[in-house]
Ligand binder design. Structure first.
Ligand code: DX5
Ligand code: ZN
Length: 225
């Protein structure tokens, strides 16, 4: 079980301090939301922020590219210290070359699917990815409510993983708190991005630990499709 606090919910005036706080909290990954003001109606931060915080921690940097033209950003983020990079399936015919490009840069390959997009769209790519990100809010902003209708998508992703004998992680992102994380774990998720519900806690270490324990217990009683 992987717990990945999202830096989007951290104090933007203190990225270094917040990175060290997540690291001390023993978070597994740091989730980095990259927004271009085009694919989503918001702008976050770029490779320079990643480069600056990279030396502060050994945590895996999980870069989520909510961008219309990720091809121009993959190399800068890889150089800045991204360990994993996720692009969106909504980019259609661009997806295959993007996945190969991520792989060629030595990063783990992720593919994300937005709430209105059918889970069937990711099916052709499953054997080429390390992680499938099922968005549980419409991307662009932190602090939104979890969309429960996404749970069957997680179950489908888990069913395909079993049937096809694949090993991709199933990550969920958006509105994840202790309760919704448990629901996702029961559906088959194993990687949990959480912004507001984690970074806004005074005792981040305790919150990370609690979420990890809760999802581990829930995962054991996974509900098949
Ligand atoms: C949504 C981002 C998320 C966001 C989650 O556009 O992809 O990673 O930071 O934030 P919370 O947990 O506050 O919904
Ligand atoms: Zn994200």
């Amino acid at each position: 079980m992987i717990i990945a606090p999202s830096l989007l919910a951290a104090d933007f005036g203190r990225f270094s301090h917040e990175t060290e706080r997540a690291s001390r909290a023993k978070a597994d990954w740091l989730h980095l939301d990259i927004m271009d003001g085009h694919f989503v109606p918001n702008i976050s931060f770029g490779p320079e922020v990643v480069r600056v915080i990279r030396p502060l921690t050994k945590m895996t940097f999980d870069v989520h590219l909510m961008c219309s033209r990720p091809e121009i950003l993959l190399e800068p983020f890889a150089k800045a210290g991204a360990d994993r990079m996720t692009v969106h399936v909504e980019l259609a015919e661009q997806v295959t070359p993007l996945l190969w490009k991520v792989r060629s840069l030595g990063a783990k390959v992720g593919l994300a699917v937005n709430p209105p997009t059918s889970i069937a769209t990711v099916r052709p790519y499953l054997s080429h990815i390390d992680l499938l990100l099922v968005m549980t809010v419409n991307p662009g902003f932190g602090g939104q409510s979890f969309i429960h209708e996404m749970l069957p998508k997680i179950q489908q992703a888990a069913a395909w993983r079993r049937e096809l004998g694949l090993k991709y992680r199933i990550e969920v992102d958006g509105g994840i708190n202790l309760e919704t994380a448990i629901e996702c774990a029961r559906a088959g998720a194993d990687t949990f991005v959480s912004g507001t519900a984690l970074f806004r806690q005074r005792q981040l270490g305790r919150a990370v630990h609690k979420m990890r324990e809760a999802v581990a217990a829930a995962h054991r009683v996974q509900e098949p499709v």
